[in-house]
Design a protein around this ligand. Sequence first.
Ligand code: FE2
Length: 259
Amino acid sequence: MKVLFIGDIMGEPGRRAISRTLPRVMSEHDVDVVIGNGENVAGGFGITPDLAHELFDMGLSVITTGNHAWDKKEIVEFFPHEPRLLRPANYPDGVPGWGSIVVDTPKGERLAVLHLMGRAYMPALDCPFQVARREVGRLKRETPAILVDMHAEATSEKMAMGHFLDGEVTAVVGTHTHVQTADEQILPKGTAYITDIGMTGPIHSVIGIKKELAIEKFLTGMPRRFEVASGPALLCAVLIELDARLGKAVSIRRVRIAE
Ligand code: FE2
């Protein structure tokens, strides 16, 4: 099975980059399942039901989110109706939506996606490590093929999760920091790993934001209303090949394609 996991999709430029590059990437690499992080898809902050449908229509089977999951208030009521849209599993009990899903691929294989969020320099949630242990145990009863999106700020917390789940899941991939890291690897016990997939969005920007606004905020220390930058965009993703019956990763490679 080949899975393309797309990094944080930033606003209209990110959606445009997907629509222009995804069909070619899917056919060239014989991709079975596409997953993407969509928490910044609505003007850089949050996601709406319409935009979730737009991503599903473009070929995504599962959308993960993160700390920006709730930025658009209309999405809160949408979560319980759309199991393909995930919020981190370590939100407290009673929060709308789900933190994992098992999807059936067109080839009749099963793939689980588990979404977690870190706690270092992030909102205080339940422990992602304890929740991972519990959820992976539950998901393994349905399929050995499990991908984890660890949405976190600190590289150390993402690496710790990779090693914590090494040999237990197929892949642990990081999202949230918007810059693709060059540390993709198969960990010692067989789990594919990358600290951050990177952003799918405007190239000439500060992690997707208009550079002038970001610079002004750093220069003055005053709050600024951020806007998504315009101009040419980049698709950032990882392509993970796995043995779905064994749940073992075969390879992980970075993908960076300008629209
Ligand atoms: Fe985030």
